[in-house]
Design a protein. Sequence first.
Length: 87
Amino acid sequence: MDITQIILLAVIIVLSIFLIALGFQVFFVLRDLRKTLFRMNRLFDDTDDLVGQVKKPIETAGNLFASLAAGVGIAHLLKKGKKESGK
């Protein structure tokens, strides 16, 4: 073997080792990314549940105020009708 083949073989071996190490690093990064995305998904689910629990009383209060406004409108119409029939 001449010197060129030895250098070429050494370069191929070193590059192979670097690619194997890079493959392991990519594997670990993707595994950590998967764990992080799973945790974020759980966090978003918990946040969605919390927003749902806060939203229900607010909707109920909104419905209550809408009902009160409708009741006041009906009372106003009845009062107005009573005044007109009393004249």
